[in-house]
Design a protein around this ligand. Structure first.
Ligand code: PLP
Length: 344
C-alpha cells in the first residue's frame, strides 16, 4: 500500500475549504461569459499578477499552448529553454497544432537563459528563416530542481527579448513557489512578462486548472484559441471556486513544502550513493542523481516500501506538497535510507 506519494505536487487533493466553496459556487454558462465564479477567479488571478485580464484553462499545457497560438502566426519561431517543459513535455503541441517552431536555447543550471544567447538566437529578417516572435521563460524551473528566478533575472531575459521586438510568455506553473521562496509578490516576477500562466492544480492543491493572464486584447485572442481547442467550458465555476480559495489561502503555506524539501535533501545528502546539494533546493522539487541504471530500480523498491517517487535511469525526483505530514516525510526518508543501503 502507498503511504506517501511524492511523485509530484499534482497529486494533491482539494482542501476542505475548497470542497465547501465548490459545493456552494454560484454558476453560469462560461461560454456566454456568465459564470460569476469563473469571472471572479480570472480577475483575481490577473490582479495578483499585475495584468489586465485572465482566462481559466484546463491545464498548464493548454495555457502554454493557447498563449503561443495567440502570440504567434503559423511559421513563426519561439525561443525556449532547452530544459523547459514546453520544449520537452508538452508533446510538441505548438509545432503540431500551431505550426509554430520551437528553437531551444541552452539553459544554465539554475534555469536562467543568458540574455546574449537569447539575442543571438533571434533570426534576421530573411525569407530563408522563420520570424522569431516569442521568448518563453519557466519559473520555477522544474528541470533544475525547482529553482526560483528572481525579478532581476526575469527582467534581464525579458529586456533582451523586448529589445529584439519579441513578446515574452512566462510558464509560471509554479510561479507562487518562486514568489514565496524569494519573499516577493508574484507580480514582481511577472512585471516584464507579456503573458503568464500558473497552475492551480500543483502546489496550490486544486483538482483542475490553470489561469493564463495578459492584456485584455491578448486574452480575447487566447479565448478564441481555447474555444478552438474544445475547452470552452460551461458551469466550470464549480472548479474555479477552488482556485479562488487557493489564491486566498494556499500561497503562503507553500513555505512548509519548501522547508520540508530542504530538510529531506539535507538528510539525503548523508546517504551513500545519492548526489544532491541541499543548498540548491529553494522550493518543493528535489532532483537527485544515483548510480547509472539504478534509478528505476530505486523507484520500484521505494514503491514496495510504500513511497511513490518519480524515477528515471540515473535520476529521480521527489516533490513535497500539501497533505503530507512530517511523519510521512520521515517515513519516506527512512525508506530511502534502507533502499540506498540495500543497493550499494
Ligand atoms: C513547468 C511546467 N509547466 C507546465 C506544466 C504542465 O501542466 P499540466 O500538467 O497542468 O498540463 C508542468 C507540469 O508539470 C510544469 O511542471
Amino acid at each position: 500500500m502507498i503511504r506517501v506519494d511524492l511523485r509530484s505536487d499534482t497529486v494533491t487533493h482539494p482542501s476542505p475549504e475548497m470542497r465547501r466553496a465548490m459545493y456552494e459556487a454560484e454558476l453560469g454558462d462560461d461560454v456566454y461569459g456568465d459564470d460569476p465564479t469563473v469571472n471572479e477567479l480570472q480577475q483575481k488571478a490577473a490582479d495578483t499578477l499585475g495584468k489586465e485580464a485572465g482566462l481559466f484553462v484546463t491545464s498548464g499545457t493548454q495555457g502554454n499552448l493557447v498563449a503561443v497560438l495567440a502570440h504567434c502566426q503559423r511559421g513563426d519561431e519561439v525561443l525556449v529553454g532547452d530544459q523547459c517543459h514546453i520544449m520537452n513535455n508538452e508533446a510538441g503541441g505548438t509545432m503540431v497544432l500551431g505550426s509554430v517552431i520551437l528553437y531551444p536555447i541552452k539553459t544554465d543550471a539554475f534555469g536562467f537563459l543568458e540574455p546574449d544567447l537569447i539575442q543571438e538566437a533571434v533570426k534576421p529578417r530573411d525569407y530563408h528563416k522563420p520570424p522569431t516572435r516569442l521568448l518563453t521563460i519557466e519559473n520555477t524551473h522544474n528541470a533544475s530542481s525547482g529553482r526560483a528566478l528572481n525579478a532581476g533575472q526575469m527582467k534581464a531575459m525579458a529586456d533582451a527579448a523586448h529589445e529584439k521586438d519579441l513578446q515574452v510568455h512566462l510558464d509560471g506553473a509554479r510561479i507562487f513557489n518562486a514568489a514565496v521562496a524569494l519573499g516577493v509578490p508574484a507580480s514582481d516576477l511577472t512585471e516584464q512578462m507579456d503573458s503568464a500562466t500558473f497552475c492551480l492544480s500543483k502546489g496550490l492543491s486544486c483538482p483542475i486548472g490553470s489561469v493564463l493572464v495578459g492584456s485584455k486584447d491578448f486574452i480575447d485572442e487566447a479565448d478564441r484559441w481555447r474555444k478552438m481547442l474544445g475547452a470552452g467550458m460551461r458551469q466550470v465555476g464549480i472548479v474555479a471556486a477552488a482556485g479562488i480559495v487557493a489564491l486566498d489561502s494556499m500561497i503562503d503555506r507553500m513555505q512548509e513544502d519548501h522547508d520540508s524539501a530542504r530538510h529531506i535533501a539535507s538528510r539525503m545528502a548523508e546517504m551513500k550513493g545519492i548526489s544532491v546539494d541541499p543548498e540548491h533546493i529553494q522550493t518543493n522539487i528535489i532532483r537527485f542523481d544515483v548510480p547509472a541504471h539504478t534509478g528505476n530500480e530505486i523507484a520500484a523498491r521505494m514503491k514496495e516500501e510504500g513511497v511513490h517517487i518519480n524515477g528515471g535511469d540515473s535520476d529521480l525526483r521527489i516533490v513535497t506538497h500539501y497533505g503530507v505530514s512530517s511523519e510521512d516525510y520521515e517515513f519516506a526518508i527512512s525508506a530511502l535510507d534502507r533502499v540506498m543501503k540495500e543497493i550499494s
